[in-house]
Design a protein. Sequence first.
Length: 135
Amino acid sequence: FQLWLTDEIRKAIGHDFKVVGEARVGGMGGGLQPVRLWGSGSWPDITVGTADSPLQLAIELKCLWKRGLPNRVAHALGQALLYLERSVGGYRNALVVYIVSEAIHFRIPSELDARLANHEIAVSVVDTTQGAEGA
């Protein structure tokens, strides 16, 4: 999914922007700006930027299934907030993409979506169980 999404982003963003980096399964990817906090580092799955401003967008991908659902949702939102923190991350915007991989009822309440938008965090939900996409 990450490779497919990276390709789709490259097609959609035009020539002024570029995919700066992408994480590799099992390790860090080239070009990614880490968020260092509490003696550890965290990397977005995909980053988008320009030559002048490489920290335009941090994208965090999370697969969702019934087991551990609340923790996975909260973990991705927490990571997005940290990516935006100027003192440790410095990304301008964050996008959390939830990939629903089991038959679960999952939607983002509109109030939460609005509060996240106030913090420059967008959320998208991709439902792979029915072949449909939604936001």
